[in-house]
Design a protein around this ligand. Structure first.
Ligand code: FEO
Length: 404
């Protein structure tokens, strides 16, 4: 029996026709505890238009939702706001089946789609600021390079005042509800911040520029419709304000201690550094790399003051789980952090030194040489760890005042 899905109206003329991926738990290294959605949007203009498509295995779900309101073969225009495969994976097949008259992407999008689908050459470029008439409605386009890929762009539907923002303002959250105002506020904030930290963070300066640019254009927004998670239709200033704030990456009275341990010596050191930080009023997240996923550590690093990393030494190296976290964190380029490293060892003790070098590459301001302890920390060593935490707390407080 053919499965039937329904489109969800945003307005009388605009529908959500995407797919819900309840089971996704990994998005290129980011653990997605609550799944995701791939959002596509149907505009019932004179020239019926589809904004983005979905990940390839979900093509039939999208087509079924479209078919619940209109024959999919009546689609005349497809817009590809972002060519990453979670949004373009079925584009070539959909284009073959539906034969739209026009497919548009940014100039970089045209290039990227050609690289992904070598035999697919029907995509036309739209320039930054260009308008495309849908007959009785108009779309205009805004290049948003690197948010999240070089090809990315926003589309704005003037008559409905809807911004189709692809990855930006999205989150990985599978829900039956389609609007943010229908979802628990704490879940929304947590998932939006986790998404920002794991996807958008490296491009924070571009977010600031983009928000300033969009403000200068004087457009009004009735809704922001991203390509993942719920649609924003109320209190849009809340998510825009969060993006503005997160992009600044200002430090707060908070520290993350992430560590890997072999025989709990490094773990004890972590806990005593945490005691020192907390005694001076710093909120501390103490996270074993064997227990917490790398993307959960990155969430905690958002608007954090210090990143402190501990590792035992294994065969002259840091522990693999710590290397995993640091490789991931380095790519995301968190800013305005101070840090330190520490760890126990049996005979050579390179781990904490290696971790320190990576933190330096990340431009984390190292406060002092690593505390390294042979085998098991004595009471004196644990007191040193506590004092390190206290000194870092004092420095965080100073920097929070400076960068506020
Ligand atoms: Fe949702 Fe950058 O893809």
């Amino acid at each position: 029996m053919k499965e039937e899905y329904r489109a969800i109206p945003l307005t009388e003329r605009v529908y959500w026709v995407g797919a819900i991926d309840w089971n996704l738990r990994d998005f290129h290294g980011y653990t997605t505890h609550r799944g995701t959605s791939y959002n596509a949007y149907l505009i019932l203009a004179d020239r019926i238009t589809l904004i983005d498509t979905v990940k390839k295995p979900f093509k039939e779900e999208m087509l079924s939702r479209i078919a619940s309101v209109v024959d999919p073969r009546r689609i005349e225009i497809i817009i590809s706001n972002h060519s990453e495969m979670d949004h373009s994976g079925c584009l070539e097949e959909v284009a073959r089946e539906l034969a739209p008259k026009e497919i548009y992407a940014s100039p970089m999008g045209v290039k990227t789609l050609k690289e992904i689908f070598p035999n697919f050459s029907e995509v036309k470029p739209v320039a930054d600021g260009e308008k495309v008439s849908l007959g009785n409605m108009t779309l205009s386009f805004l290049e948003t390079r690197m948010l999240h890929w070089p090809d990315s762009m926003f589309s704005y539907l003037h008559e409905e005042e809807i911004l189709f923002s692809q990855d930006a303002f999205g989150m990985h959250l599978a829900t039956q509800e389609r609007f943010a105002d229908e979802i628990d506020y704490d879940i929304l904030n947590y998932e939006a911040a986790t998404y920002f930290a794991n996807i958008i963070l490296p491009y924070s300066p571009l977010v600031t520029k983009l928000i300033n640019r969009v403000s200068a254009l004087g457009l009004t927004f009735r809704m922001i419709a991203p390509d993942h998670g719920p649609i924003w239709r109320k209190n849009l200033d809340h998510i825009i304000g969060n993006y503005s704030r997160w992009a600044l990456q200002k430090p707060s009275m908070k520290a993350v201690i992430a560590y890997g341990t072999m025989w709990q010596s490094t773990e004890k050191m972590a806990r005593h550094i945490g005691e020192g930080l907390a005694s001076k009023g710093v909120k501390v997240a103490i996270m074993s790399c064997d227990v917490f996923h790398r993307s959960d550590v990155i969430y905690e690093l958002l608007e954090c003051g210090a990143f402190i990393v501990g590792t035992s030494t294994l065969n002259n190296n840091m522990l693999p789980a710590v290397a995993d976290l640091l490789t991931y964190a380095k790519g995301l380029r968190p800013q305005n952090l101070i840090g330190a490293t520490f760890g126990s060892y049996g005979w050579s003790g390179e781990g904490a030194l290696q971790a320190m070098e990576i933190l330096k590459e990340m431009k984390v301001e190292i406060q002092e040489e690593p505390i390294r302890v042979k085998h098991v920390p004595a009471a004196f060593d644990l007191l040193s760890c506590r004092h390190l935490g206290e000194r870092i707390a004092t420095e965080i407080e100073k920097r929070v005042k400076e960068i506020s």
